[in-house]
Design a protein around this ligand. Structure first.
Ligand code: G3I
Length: 319
């Protein structure tokens, strides 16, 4: 059959994957799939703050640069992930965090955005500028930036990001905003306010980490809601976990999870990319975080394509 990327190209859609840079360059089968099946890539970890600035003022871009080289070689676009997040902060920052003044925290965050975006300038298609800023109840998540700068840290981050790399598409990215409810409403109110104020935001990323025990979200309706604000949308981290071993009813639900979410992106004009959060069950983050669950990806532990892969192919073929 034809590759996902070849099929997606006919619809003008970028189909992406998160990349585990431990595998890249050391696992030939991994490289082969990454290159042949996808037209965009997202670093799973190596552009996060702890990875690029392990010691204050000492930068390590090696792994991310290697991924960018790979992407260029294979004519892939890169989603930058992620600049402002409560998680995977460097230890030095966690250590000094509580003692920072507003002014110091603001300067550190601004410096970080300029350092990282300047390094990658012109090579990133979409940046996840702010990641996971909301609680489930729709209030802003408690983090260092909210504590030290206040809610305006979000707007500031987008303004600095636009100054640092004016051509990159700037995204707000979150999970569980695929479903209607307070968290989606919180994110909607935020981005609506940003748009109204003229803050440079281009899109909203819906992570789309699904589990077969819950509904498949109506992403067509959801993404249209955000698109009406003039924003682009993307599905940024799709996977569909289930309890192990996988029964056939669970497998059907997984296939439906992948195909319905891809269909939604194809049906919404504003949706510019569909990205799976890794493509091999052996490398998935799921078993480490949800014990007893897994099999969330479109290739199995041996990097053999699963029925979920075929479901994506079928949707693209009929698009
Ligand atoms: O790099 C260290 C290594 O030095 C150490 O020896 C090892 C021991 O545990 O840990 C390594 O760090 C791990 C890191 O991945 C890199 O492999 C962390 O423990 C581990 O927690 C971390 O997990 C990542 C997780 O984000 C952290 O929150 C997952 O790989 C990554 O898939 C996941 O991705 C997130 C997105 O960024 C945002 N949305 C949700 C998504 C899933 O949680």
């Amino acid at each position: 059959g034809q590759s996902l990327r070849a099929l997606a190209q006919r619809s003008g859609l970028r189909i992406g994957t998160a990349i585990n840079t431990d595998q890249l360059g050391s696992n030939a089968r991994y490289d082969e799939i990454a290159a042949s099946q996808f037209s965009s890539v997202t670093p799973e970890n190596v552009m996060k703050w702890d990875a690029i600035e392990p010691q204050r003022g000492k930068f390590d871009y090696a792994a991310a640069d290697e991924l960018i080289r790979f992407a260029k070689q294979h004519h892939q676009l890169v989603r930058g992930h992620t600049l402002v997040w409560y998680n995977q902060l460097p230890q030095w920052l966690t250590d000094i965090g509580p003692s920072l003044t507003t002014k110091q925290a603001t300067a550190i965050l601004k410096q970080h955005i300029f350092d990282e975006m300047t390094h990658f300038k012109g090579r990133i298609w979409q940046w996840d500028v702010v990641n996971e800023a909301f609680n489930e109840d729709g209030t802003l998540r408690d983090n260092l930036w909210l504590q030290k700068i206040g809610p305006s840290y979000i707007e500031k981050a987008f303004r600095w990001a636009h100054q640092a790399d004016p051509k990159a598409l700037l995204f707000y990215n979150d999970y569980n905003i695929e479903y209607g409810g307070p968290k989606q409403d919180g994110a909607y109110a935020l981005v609506k306010g940003l748009v109204k104020k003229g803050v440079p935001i281009d899109g909203v990323g819906f992570q789309t980490h699904l589990d077969t025990q819950y509904d498949i979200p109506d992403l067509r309706t959801t993404m249209q809601r955000f698109a009406k604000l003039g924003l682009k949308t993307a599905e940024t981290e799709v996977d569909v976990r289930t309890t192990l071993p996988v029964t056939s009813v669970e497998l059907s639900a997984q296939k439906a999870g992948y195909s319905e979410t891809l269909q939604a992106c194809l049906l919404v004009k504003a949706c510019i990319s569909y990205t799976v959060w890794g493509f091999g069950d052996a490398f998935s983050w799921i078993p480490g975080v949800f014990p007893g669950e897994g099999a969330a990806d479109i290739y199995d532990e041996h990097l053999v394509a699963k029925p979920e892969y075929t479901s994506l192919q079928t949707v693209l073929r009929t698009a």
